[in-house]
Design a protein. Structure first.
Length: 490
């Protein structure tokens, strides 16, 4: 007898009392979520899925029919095998669930082979057991996909999406996904891509609370109603959200690791006016491997998007080479007090952390980052703040309203499309520490407005006390004199 699925018994609503998403019985009445709460995470959803999915999951994938390409589907005991005979295979499924004791194996002709699986279930798919493939597997279910705590996925590449694939784009490097699926894509398990492979979670709401790894490859979380993935061969190079939905969310509360590769988290189209959130509270690692630097990009919409930086962003080079690149960009970028960001390279050169909002305020409370948090992170990475302005709320200013101090040989760069206002002390003691202040320089190569200025207010001071510090203001470098010497010195 067919068992009831999670989505048939429960649905997701916003609780004003708990200030979070919750799973409730289908008969429960719901109230809409206000725009003010659009940034909240899927924490309660994850908890609900964790407690319910194991007991409510259906059995093995059912009703599989080859739609295009050549292949066969067989089941023996608890194992389902999809034998793929052509480079590209499309399968339509009535349902696609994997119970804890079950396994689904895709046997593919090469690592470049792609199996597209469209799931025509009225419920979301639950992957609680094993999913294995030597090539690339696309799972598409508009009602959602959940990888439960016991899920173990080992693939060459994986796309899990509530957005449908434009089949024509499958033959090119840019592959288009779009749709109005209301389900979420959530990982609570362990997903491993082969070296140089990729994992992409796509939909209106995407969340990783488990472990995703892609050594020398890419991990991408894209939230929106239209997304383009750009490939070179079997490697994922780029994720772009082309169209937004209100309150799109991409979040990580687990571990994402792509050493020598790239991690991309994007919510909302760049110029969309709809609210979107990228939120990290977990660990994201893209450390340097030999000569392969890592890249981490957290990107929200530049008009109404928000990026919340918490947890750990690590693009360091602990075993040699140079540090990587980290970008956090949106209309508003907020860095919480426990955030730790590193591009350190003990045997090479630091990388860079770019913060790219409309405007940015360093303040003890009520700002985008505290002076203490900025100071702590300057110990492990140079920080470059570029304010772009031009949005519905941004002024384009950078305001330093809380003291900043650090001792590492790193540089703080403040580049504003309008004013840089230093209202609190800035002090660096590192011998090769640096400060660069660039007012009136628009982000992204836009023409300068001509009315920006560097303002030193409220008795604030700038102190660079190392032996060989660097100072540049508005593109002009200055020599910092820490000692005038004594008579007779040359």
């Amino acid at each position: 007898m067919k068992r009831t699925s999670l989505n048939h018994v429960y649905r997701i609503v916003w609780s004003q009392v708990l200030d979070a998403w919750v799973a409730v019985a289908e008969i429960t009445r719901a109230r809409g979520k206000t725009a003010k709460t659009s940034h909240r995470r899927l924490t309660s959803v994850v908890a609900a899925l964790l407690s319910l999915s194991a007991s409510l999951a259906q059995g093995a994938p059912a009703g599989g029919q080859i739609a295009s390409g050549s292949g066969s589907i067989s089941q023996a005991g608890t194992t389902t095998t999809v034998q793929q005979g052509s480079p590209k295979l499309s399968v339509n499924w009535a349902s696609f669930n994997v119970a804890p004791q079950e396994a689904v194996n895709f046997v593919q002709p090469s690592a470049a082979a792609i199996a597209v699986n469209r799931i025509f279930d009225t419920n979301g798919s639950q992957i609680l057991g094993q999913l294995n493939a030597n090539g690339q597997v696309y799972l598409i279910n508009p009602n959602g996909i959940v990888f439960g705590h016991g899920a173990r996925v080992n693939v060459g590449g994986l796309v899990a999406s509530t957005l449908d694939l434009d089949d024509a784009s499958l033959n090119g490097d840019a592959r288009s996904f779009n749709g109005n699926g209301g389900g979420s894509v959530v990982n609570l398990g362990t997903i491993n891509a082969a070296s140089g492979g990729y994992v992409a979670l796509l939909g209106n709401h995407v969340s990783n609370q488990g472990v995703i790894s892609a050594q020398l490859g890419s991990v991408a979380l894209g939230a929106g109603s239209a997304v383009t993935l750009t490939f070179s061969g079997n490697s994922l190079l780029r994720l772009q959200v082309d169209q937004s939905v209100l309150n799109s969310l991409a979040e990580n509360g687990g571990l994402i690791r792509a050493d020598g590769g790239m991690v991309l988290m994007t919510a909302g189209a760049k110029n969309a006016l709809l609210a979107s959130v990228v939120n990290n509270t977990g660990v994201i690692e893209a450390r340097t491997v030999e000569d392969h630097n890592g890249t981490i990009i957290l990107q929200g919409g530049m008009q109404a998007g928000q990026v919340k930086v918490g947890g750990t962003l690590d693009a360091s080079a602990p075993n040699g080479g140079d540090g990587g690149f980290i970008e956090t960009s949106a209309a508003q970028v907020h860095v919480v007090s426990d955030a730790r960001v590193s591009t350190a390279a003990p045997l090479g050169s630091f990388g860079t952390w770019l913060i790219d909002p409309q405007d940015f305020r360093v303040a003890a409370t009520g700002g985008d980052i505290s002076g203490a948090t900025l100071s702590a992170n300057l110990a492990s990475t140079p920080v470059s703040v570029h304010s772009s302005g031009g949005g519905s709320t941004g002024s384009g200013n950078i305001d330093i309203d809380d003291a900043v101090s650090w001792s590492a040989d790193t540089t703080l760069t403040l580049t504003a499309s309008k004013h840089v206002n230093v209202n609190a002390n800035i002090a660096a003691t590192g011998n090769a520490a640096g400060l660069a202040i660039n007012p009136n320089t628009a982000n992204g190569g836009e023409a300068a407005s001509g009315d920006g200025a560097f303002n030193l207010n409220n008795g604030a001071s700038v102190t660079l006390s190392g032996t060989n510090p660097s100072l540049a203001i508005a593109g002009t470098s200055y020599t910092v004199i820490n000692s005038l010497g004594v008579e007779g010195d040359t």
